[in-house]
Unconditional design. Structure first.
Length: 372
């Protein structure tokens, strides 16, 4: 089956009781037991699981070619449950340019969980090999990365990890399973902030982890979610499930529009650099061509000058909204260092853009007048 078809039908079987085509939203927090005290229909309490969440999990597993998926209240809840479920004493290799929240988890929480971390430029495979130790249980990467759009070779990293008995986890939030399916490339785990493209409308927060196998780490993460409670609510699960139905169609336009914006910016005299893997000049272009079916809707660029010049551009946009986050239908622009706050290591002249579904000519002319 093609991706578009799977994304529409997985987890979307007509309701057995009523025949409804849209999946029912089960808000119940608790479920009836039988006379013997058992739960023959599989549900007992909402923090354990509920039917709307189960539909979303089967849809996510299907679109990521995974055996199982777990959904959470946010991307960070998903990442924390997963990382906190590694055996104490584990070492994790992390990208030096990951989503800043991951760096903060490693710095602030790893010591409490008895984990250690090495931060590495993940596109440098020799550096990754050199960072591996006998205690390394997880190699983590993010491709394209946030906010520099760095591309790393998933298949090569999967081999490096498995050669040393570790697993590879990929934050696939920017690419989505519509464009990149890490498990098909050899990865063991995929993380999504479903707040972004999977939800798709800037109106729901959620996270998900897809697992190649229902293995020990899956069971430990499920246990962590059950006990620490970072589970996705039924309504949020329902909204993400709805978003997945249109994911393939939306991603086509996100990619087309981002291409138009990136090629205008690349030629603009006020732009020092554009980070977009779809540009043939981008250092990640060749690998991205191999492992992605298109290049996505996210890009970042550096304005000539510094903080003031970059902020002046965001102050002038009229269609593109000044806000953080990504993956919704509307285009957003942000001064990334301001959003990341005091621990940011992002260049002061860097702007990140989530290219939305508006007409590309309107986005290009809005940026041109803002840069003028
Ligand atoms: C690449 C990436 N991973 C993870 C997250 C965290 O997701 P959430 O905000 O849903 O917790 C984000 C959020 O921006 C992200 O961009």
């Amino acid at each position: 089956m093609h991706f578009e078809t799977t994304a529409i039908h997985a987890g979307n079987e007509p309701d057995e009781e009523t025949g409804s085509i849209a999946p029912p939203l089960h808000l119940s927090t608790t479920f009836e037991r039988d006379e013997s005290g058992a739960t023959p229909r599989g549900y007992s309490y909402v923090r354990d699981g509920n039917p709307t969440q189960s539909r979303l999990e089967s849809a996510l597993a299907a679109i990521d070619s995974a055996e199982a998926a777990l959904v959470f209240a946010s991307g960070m809840a998903a990442a924390s449950a997963l990382l906190g479920s590694l055996p104490p004493g584990s070492h994790v290799v992390l990208p030096d340019d990951s989503y800043y929240g991951m760096r903060i988890i490693a710095n602030d929480f790893f010591p409490r969980w008895n984990l250690t971390a090495s931060f590495v430029a993940m596109h440098d495979l020799d550096a990754v090999r050199a960072a591996m130790t006998d205690a390394t249980r997880l190699v983590w990467c993010e491709t394209p990365s946030n906010p520099l759009m760095t591309i790393v070779d998933i298949a090569a990293l999967a081999k490096i990890a498995s050669d040393r008995g570790a697993v590879l986890g990929v934050d696939g939030t920017f690419a989505t399973p519509a464009l990149q399916r890490p498990i098909e490339l050899g990865a063991d785990i995929v993380l999504h902030s479903t707040t972004k493209y999977l939800g798709g409308h800037s109106d729901v927060q959620g996270g998900a982890v897809a697992f190649k196998k229902r293995d020990e780490l899956f069971e430990a993460t499920l246990h962590a979610r059950h006990i620490t409670g970072g589970v996705a609510s039924p309504f949020n699960s329902w909204l993400v499930l709805r978003g997945i139905r249109t994911l393939a169609a939306r991603m086509r336009i996100h990619c087309e529009n981002a291409r138009a914006v990136a090629s205008m910016l690349e030629k603009h005299p006020r732009v020092e650099a554009v980070h977009y893997p779809g540009l043939p000049s981008d250092p990640g272009h060749e690998i991205a061509k191999r492992q992605m079916s298109d290049f996505g809707g996210m890009l970042s660029f550096r304005v000539r000058g510094g903080r003031a010049e970059a902020l002046a551009v965001t102050a002038k946009t009229q269609v593109i909204v000044r806000a953080t986050s990504l993956g919704g239908v509307e285009s957003l622009i942000e001064h990334r260092a301001s959003s990341e706050g005091p621990t940011s290591r992002t260049a002061e002249n860097l702007l990140r853009m989530s290219v939305g579904l508006e007409h590309p000519d309107d986005l290009v002319s809005d940026l041109q007048q803002a840069l003028a």
